[in-house]
Write a protein of this length. Structure first.
Length: 265
C-alpha cells in the first residue's frame, strides 16, 4: 500500500456517566423542535387561526352580545311565573350567548398555544423515547479512525469525522460541531476525571486532522494502485472507478475510500 494513507491507530475508549442531562435535553429539544420547518408551518397556521378567531370573537362581542342581552331582558319580562313555555323563551338568548362565547374561547386557546409553542406537546414524547434509548444512562465514547462511536445500554451510533467541523471545549461542555450545530454534547463532569476529558478532546482533534475532507479529486487514481475495501461488503476496489462499489452498488465517499485503504493496510 502507498505510504500516503496513514495506518490506523487503536481506538480510544472513554466511559462517561451520561452524554447529556435531561435538563439539557429539554433545552435542546425545544430549540430543535421549534426550528423544524414542519413546526414552523404549524405555528403559522396557528397564527392564522388565532387572528381569525380574534376577528370573529370581536364581531361577536360588538354585535351578538348586545342582541343577546336585549333578548334576555325581553325573555325575562315575557316569562310568567310557573310557566313551562317561558323556559323555552329563555333558551334563545342562551343560544346566542353560546354562539358569542365559543369564538372568544377559541381565540384565547389558540393565542395561548401559539405563544407557548408546539414544543411542549412534542417534548414529553421525545423524553420517553430518549429514556428508552438510554440517553441519560452511562455511555461509552469511542474515538476511532472512522468517527465517534457512542455506545449506550439500549443503542449504539457512530458519526464519521468528515461530518464534523471542529470540537468546542468551553463552559464545562465538550461539543463536536457541524455547521455551527452541536452533534454531540458531553459535560466535562460526565468523565471520570478532568484528564479523561482532556484525553477525549485531544483524541478527537487528532482524528479530525487526519480525516478526509470533501471529495477525492481523482477517485479512480486513488484506487488504481492500492487495495481499498468496500465499507459495506468488503469487496476489493483496486482498479475500479472509485465512485461506486461494483459488487454491492454502495456510493463511495472520501471517508469510505480512506477508511477502506486503512482497513486493508
Amino acid at each position: 500500500m502507498s505510504g500516503d494513507v496513514p495506518v490506523a491507530a487503536p481506538a480510544e475508549r472513554f466511559l462517561v456517566r451520561s452524554t447529556i442531562t435531561e435538563a439539557d435535553f429539554r433545552v435542546y429539544a425545544r430549540t430543535y423542535v421549534e426550528g423544524m420547518p414542519s413546526i414552523k408551518r404549524v405555528r403559522r397556521k396557528l397564527l392564522g387561526v388565532a387572528i381569525w378567531s380574534t376577528v370573529i370573537s370581536g364581531a361577536c362581542a360588538i354585535y351578538i352580545l348586545p342582541i343577546t342581552l336585549r333578548q334576555f331582558n325581553r325573555s325575562l319580562g315575557a316569562v310568567a311565573p310557573g310557566s313551562l313555555g317561558g323556559i323555552g323563551t329563555l333558551l334563545v338568548p342562551f343560544l346566542f350567548l353560546l354562539i358569542a362565547v365559543v369564538p372568544i374561547v377559541m381565540a384565547l386557546w389558540t393565542w395561548r398555544r401559539y405563544f407557548r409553542g408546539v414544543a411542549p406537546m412534542v417534548i414529553p414524547g421525545m423524553l420517553r423515547d430518549a429514556r428508552l434509548r438510554g440517553m441519560f444512562e452511562p455511555a461509552m465514547l469511542v474515538a476511532e479512525p472512522r468517527g465517534v462511536f457512542v455506545q449506550r445500554p439500549q443503542v449504539a451510533s457512530r458519526i464519521d469525522w468528515p461530518q464534523f467541523e471542529g470540537i468546542v471545549d468551553r463552559d464545562g461542555v465538550i461539543m463536536l460541531v457541524s455547521r455551527g450545530t452541536p452533534l454531540t454534547v458531553t459535560p466535562r463532569a460526565a468523565f471520570a476525571t478532568p484528564a479523561e476529558a482532556d484525553a477525549f478532546v485531544a483524541a478527537c482533534r487528532r482524528w479530525m486532522e487526519t480525516a478526509p475532507k470533501g471529495l477525492i479529486a481523482d477517485p479512480a487514481g486513488f484506487v488504481a494502485e492500492r487495495d481499498v475495501l468496500c465499507p459495506t461488503c468488503g469487496y476489493n476496489l483496486r482498479g475500479g472507478d472509485g465512485v461506486m462499489c461494483p459488487e454491492c452498488g454502495t456510493p463511495l465517499t472520501a471517508a469510505a475510500l480512506v477508511w477502506g485503504a486503512r482497513s486493508e493496510g
